[in-house]
Design a protein around this ligand. Structure first.
Ligand SMILES: C[S@@+](CC[C@H](N)C(=O)[O-])C[C@H]1O[C@@H](n2cnc3c(N)ncnc32)[C@H](O)[C@@H]1O
Length: 348
């Protein structure tokens, strides 16, 4: 506890709160370095700040000020003679690198998400997402209308999913499954990883036509394109027939009513012996167990402001399954560092 010599003692941890308060400055430095493709430009080796400003199309003085801040954040190194080089942390902003998070930075700190978070208070007052009000269109419709944003979103989801693949592979028992459909599977990053780990398995990647993104390249690069078909459609209406289904990071985008519609579409397509694997973070029931779930809790607020969805407890998932013709069989936490669990359900 700290005190001042005034009549108003400071009892809280003011420094910690200041760190949180100014947290958005470094987040914007990160997304701007990613947006300007600084890591791509420096990948072949150091450049002078002047050369880099030409390549990024930026004002040299303003770019230097950005780089100076980025150097303190460990993204680049600056020398007194004005040379800029990439650090290992900065290299994590490069497209397609293992562990890359540049598109995540651009999505979550980009204009539409940013403006939606600026309306958090209004979403808390009304319970309504802000995205549609501030941008004029719903989240996924925005991706359909804007190919650049759609590509950033799809790659951001892939960046978030790449590290989760081994944990999901280890936690989902696919014994006896011949065909696995990934519903809302994006560009196939998860399904490609699952197929690579199960050489006899066939896959169906299902997403909206724009949401499939560069799926053909992803599946080909993983060497599984000959065992995987892609299908564009609307998961509120109909999904392809398969023995088993994986649905990762989809239900948290939606309110309960729309989750039930997605699950009902899966229930209509799945055989009575089929298996459904939902991959999502699962919130503990007890407030006392939330301390290490900060990312999931922030994601929950992100869903509140952006999509109208939410993160859920296992009881809430079980209720969704029951209402949609499934029974929750098990909840398996994926091995760290991913915060996902695999919820296995069977047709009721
Ligand atoms: C949060 S992303 C998850 C992507 C992927 N499963 C992952 O975990 O990386 C949600 C996915 O749902 C897809 N989606 C949204 N609305 C859809 C619809 N009506 N029909 C099919 N897919 C849809 C999006 O295109 C997106 O790929």
């Amino acid at each position: 506890m700290t005190t001042t010599d005034t009549a108003h003692p400071v009892t809280g941890d003011r420094e910690r709160l200041l760190g949180m308060l100014f947290g958005f400055f470094p987040a914007q430095v990160l997304q701007t370095v990613a947006r300007l493709d600084v890591a791509e430009h420096l990948a072949a080796g150091p450049l002078t700040a002047t050369e880099l400003a030409v390549r990024t199309g930026t004002d040299p003085d303003a770019q230097y000020r950005l780089l100076r801040a980025a150097s303190v954040l460990g993204l680049v190194e600056l020398t007194v003679d004005g040379t800029v080089s990439l650090t290992p942390d900065g290299a994590l902003l490069r497209r397609g690198e293992p562990g890359s998070l540049g598109r995540l930075a651009m999505l979550f700190c980009g204009e539409k998400t940013w403006r939606s978070w600026g309306e958090l208070a209004q979403s808390v007052r009304t319970g309504e997402p802000a995205w549609e009000r501030v941008t004029g269109t719903s989240t996924f419709a925005a991706f359909d209308d804007d190919p650049e944003l759609s590509a950033t979103f799809t790659e951001a989801m892939a960046e978030g999913t790449r590290g989760a693949v081994p944990g999901v592979v280890a936690s989902a028992d696919l014994t006896g499954v011949a065909t696995l459909a990934d519903i809302g599977g994006g560009n196939g990053t998860l399904l490609a990883g699952i197929l690579a780990a199960h050489p006899d398995l066939r896959g169906i990647l299902f997403d909206s036509p724009s949401g499939l993104g560069d799926a053909d390249e992803v599946l080909t690069a993983a060497g599984v394109a000959d065992r995987c078909e892609t299908a564009g459609g609307d998961f509120f209406t109909e999904v392809p027939t398969a023995d088993a289904y994986v649905v990762k990071s989809v239900l948290h985008d939606w309110d309960d009513e729309r989750c039930r519609r997605i699950l009902a579409a899966v229930r209509a397509a799945i055989g009575d012996d089929g298996a459904l694997f939902v991959v999502e973070p699962v919130l503990p029931r007890e407030p006392g167990e939330l301390a290490d779930r900060q990312i999931t809790l922030m994601s929950d607020l992100n869903m509140l402001v952006c999509t109208g969805g939410k993160e859920r407890t296992s009881d809430e998932f079980a209720a969704l399954f029951t209402a949609s013709g499934f029974t929750l069989e098990s909840v398996t936490a994926c091995p760290p560092p991913t915060g996902y669990s695999v919820l296995r359900a069977r047709p009721a």
